[in-house]
Design a protein around this ligand. Structure first.
Ligand code: IPE
Ligand code: IPE
Ligand code: MG
Length: 243
């Protein structure tokens, strides 16, 4: 059994939940079967993260590039979250946590947006874990939107050129209310970032596992956190004893 150091639990974990299609294929099932199981995994891993004391967890569920998949798969991925989140709405509202949608909002089905608005409103004062689902999210989109909004605020005399600093940039990102990203996990044995949280990842620890997303669980999360706790985060500096 792995014993985690309770004092060094990452505050914010993000996960690229990859491998649903391959998981289904291995079972001779359609890709949507993997997405269905992957949805339950998101629920279970969010609960596990809460139990372990994580403050925020961010799941990459649908990228701005995932629209390029066959219509049948896109339709499933756009409709399943609505049914799914509806089912757990009460649980979330009665919990101490909060649920948020991160990404472009202009291409998502209205009922999905309405449901998230309702849950966000009902949980806005909750101080427990913040669970964030990235749907129609891409870093290129997030960063270009941030730049556009900074330019607008500059033009409207709300900020000066000197105000434009890394700290200010954070306020224009879709993750502005979240703690800095400590740990990024990617499942399914792929070693790439796929347009996820490019700015936020600057000093995050990265953890890659071959486990396919539908098979990921609390034990795998504990393994990832244990690995993180073994890292030496220097942020470009050197340790006191080497000075
Ligand atoms: C991740 O699983 C979920 C989404 C990207 C929507 P995939 O659907 O990418 O599964 P693989 O990578 O093809 O196995
Ligand atoms: C990244 O997975 C996006 C999500 C997990 C939502 P993809 O399967 O879309 O990424 P690539 O195509 O392998 O880079
Ligand atoms: Mg994939």
């Amino acid at each position: 059994m792995i014993n985690l150091d309770k004092n060094r639990i990452p505050k914010h974990i993000a996960i690229i939940c990859d491998g649903n299609g391959r998981w289904a294929k291995k079972r001779g099932m359609p890709r949507t079967y993997g997405h269905r199981k992957g949805g339950f995994t998101i629920r279970d891993v969010a609960r596990a993260a809460n139990e372990l004391g994580v403050k925020a967890i961010t799941f990459y569920c649908f990228s701005t590039e995932n629209w390029n998949r066959p219509a049948e798969e896109v339709n499933y991925l756009m409709s399943a979250p609505l049914r799914y989140v509806k089912r757990y709405k009460k649980d979330v509202i009665n919990s101490s946590g909060s649920l948020h949608l991160i990404g472009r909002k202009d291409r998502l089905p209205k009922p999905l947006l309405d449901l998230f608005n309702e849950i966000e409103e009902a949980t806005k004062d909750h101080t427990g874990i913040s669970v964030n689902l990235c749907v129609d999210y891409g870093s290129y989109d997030e960063l270009t939107t941030a730049i556009k909004n900074i330019c607008k605020d500059y033009k409207d005399d709300k900020i000066t050129l000197d105000d434009i600093k890394p700290e200010l940039m954070n306020n224009y990102l879709m993750t502005k209310d979240l703690p800095p990203l400590d740990l990024l996990i990617r499942t399914s044995g792929e070693y790439r970032i796929s347009n996820f949280l490019l700015w936020q990842l600057a000093y995050s620890e990265l953890y890659f596992t071959d486990v396919l997303w539908p098979d990921f669980n609390k034990d795998e999360l504990i393994k990832a956190i244990a690995d993180y706790q073994g890292r030496d985060r220097r942020f470009g500096a050197i340790k006191d004893e080497n000075k």
